[in-house]
Ligand binder design. Structure first.
Ligand code: ZN
Length: 137
């Protein structure tokens, strides 16, 4: 989570993500929607793309995704399709919604209804993640 917070802060966005296997960090990414003129360039999507390219595969089972903010439905769906094992997020969607408009569909709900459920836990270092929202949202 620390790596996700650092990459977000470096890119001056509230949104950062990191993918790790056990203690080994593989990739980090920040939201780049404005920079790339791409509404799908969320931090989680960018991290999944980077890791898939690096490993030359689409099945990311065994990996854990850390993200400063609870994933939107697009990013949660991408995590499900990538077969990521576990997801840990900082701020939840109700908190993010105090700063920015959000789609009100929780990551845990998507996971529960998916073909490949992902373990989801939130409010990890959420005070630091909330500070990113306060600084950059
Ligand atoms: Zn997203």
């Amino acid at each position: 989570m620390r790596a996700a917070i650092e990459i977000a802060d470096k890119h001056q966005t509230p949104f950062g993500a990191a993918l790790a296997m056990g203690d080994q960090l593989f990739v980090t990414a920040a939201n780049q929607t404005a920079e790339l003129n791409d509404p799908t360039a969320h931090a989680e999507i960018m991290a999944i793309r980077k890791l898939g390219e690096h490993l030359k595969k689409t099945n990311l089972s065994g990996f854990t995704l850390y993200t400063t903010c609870e994933p939107c439905p697009m990013c949660m769906s991408a995590s499900i399709w990538a077969k990521i094992d576990a997801l840990f997020y900082g701020c939840d969607i109700p908190t993010i919604s105090q700063f920015l408009g959000q789609i009100q569909l929780r990551a845990s709900s998507l996971s529960k209804n998916s073909i490949n459920p992902v373990y989801v836990a939130g409010n990890i270092l959420d005070e630091e993640c909330r500070q990113l929202l306060a600084n950059y949202a």
